[in-house]
Design a protein. Structure first.
Length: 400
């Protein structure tokens, strides 16, 4: 008999391994749920509910971690970390449906969450799902600014800017993101009229050239409206539509798709405070609230994408953690985009200057996609498309 070997330490490859062994397909469906382990974090659960959760999960072979004071009944609420297989958690849901202290509502939330982990993300733009084929969408960066951190000043000429957008589209970028105001750390705002002067002619030119989908990178409703009138179909807002309260209505009335990003404050101050008690938890809460706000404005979930905001109010170490845990943001219920291209954390890790960060950018993109990102925003389209062909091939080949 050959010695035993580890097949896989994560959730990938389980279905394929059973198929290779000749396991009955029905049996694969049954056993898959027993082999995929999940950790689910709950915040501020009523102590009575938390104790019921722990008791029920233990009875199913799972576990729930609570803060130490819960054992002594000296707190009214506690965070809870639920640990179990997909099957155990589904059975937990059944047990909670008739329970008090808010547990019946939690059962519904857990049902939706367990459904989302297996559901393919969608991002509908102009009636088309950009994530249907290919599986990961590429957004090409086109900054028409004099001061952006990487390509500032390179595409101030209208013809050069339009040519660059057409080129990126031909190389595989399904979205061209046009920005007229730098949002690098420490940058200062420009007047709306100047932002409009920079971006609208470029968007009009790209539209005339038949470029795929055009996004406007702005936080102003007035700029977004003119961009949509000129042919843009996506609003990419680094403030998640918080800087200008009129933005959701503009997007809704135009049937535009939106990308909502997490940030802390405005670019000139966002790097001043970098402390988080729960990095991914706080980002997810912010983005979840932003999604709810635009849903209320009439923008459907399938036209929303979220972005954790790499480099926006985060340290290099925090940026790395976000990329490594990016799949957790799928709990928000939307597609997830990562914009890590050429950013300063790559230089902090590797020592590379901004013009030498293509390899680091490709590493970040690959890691993000393998960890669950659905879209990437990049400067180097050709190199990224090749890297994604390999990364998505690996992901699709081994994913259960």
């Amino acid at each position: 008999m050959r010695p035993p070997r580890i097949i896989n330490t994560g959730i990938f490859g389980i279905r394929e391994e059973m198929s290779r062994m000749g396991v009955d397909p029905t049996g694969i469906g049954i056993m898959e749920g027993k082999s995929r382990h999940l950790l689910i974090r709950l915040d501020e659960v009523d102590l009575r509910a938390a104790l019921i959760l722990k008791q029920n999960l233990l009875s199913l072979g799972g576990e729930a971690a609570l803060r130490k004071e819960a054992a002594g009944l000296t707190v009214q609420a506690t965070p809870a970390l639920l640990m179990g297989t997909v099957l155990q958690l589904r059975r937990l849901v059944d047990k909670l449906k008739s329970q008090p202290f808010g547990l019946s509502d939690l059962a519904q939330s857990l049902t939706e969450l367990l459904h989302r982990i297996d559901e393919r993300a969608t991002f509908i733009v102009g009636g088309r799902d950009l994530l249907e084929d290919p599986k990961v969408a590429v957004m090409g960066v086109l900054n028409v600014t004099p001061d952006s951190f990487s390509d500032g000043g390179k595409f101030l000429d209208l013809n050069q800017a339009v040519s660059r957008g057409v080129e990126m589209n031909a190389l595989g970028a399904s979205i061209i993101d046009v920005g007229g105001e730098s949002t690098r750390p420490g940058s200062r705002s420009v007047e709306a009229e100047e932002e409009i002067r920079r971006v609208i002619p470029v968007i009009e030119g790209l539209f005339r050239e038949g470029v795929g989908e055009i996004s406007v990178d702005t936080t102003r409703a007035s700029v977004a409206q003119k961009a949509l009138d000129a042919g843009a179909t996506i609003i990419n807002d680094i403030s998640a539509m918080t800087f200008d309260p009129g933005m959701p209505a503009i997007a809704s009335s135009a049937n535009a798709s939106v990308i909502l990003m997490h940030t802390r404050g405005r670019p000139e101050t966002m790097q001043n405070v970098l402390e988080y008690k729960d990095l991914l938890g706080e980002i997810a809460l912010y983005l979840g609230s932003s999604v709810e706000r635009v849903l209320e404005a009439g923008i459907p979930l399938e036209r929303i994408c979220v972005d954790p905001g790499i480099g926006f109010g985060k340290s290099p170490e925090q940026n790395l953690e976000i990329i490594g845990r990016i799949g957790e943001l799928r709990s928000v219920g939307t597609a997830v985009m990562v914009g890590a291209s050429r950013k300063s954390f790559i230089g902090a890790v590797s020592g590379a200057d901004v013009d030498e960060r293509i390899p680091g950018s490709l590493a970040a993109v690959t890691a993000a996609v393998l960890r669950g990102a659905d879209m990437v925003r990049v400067h180097d389209v050709s190199e990224t498309v090749q890297a994604l062909a390999v990364a998505t091939g690996i992901r699709e080949h081994v994913q259960c």
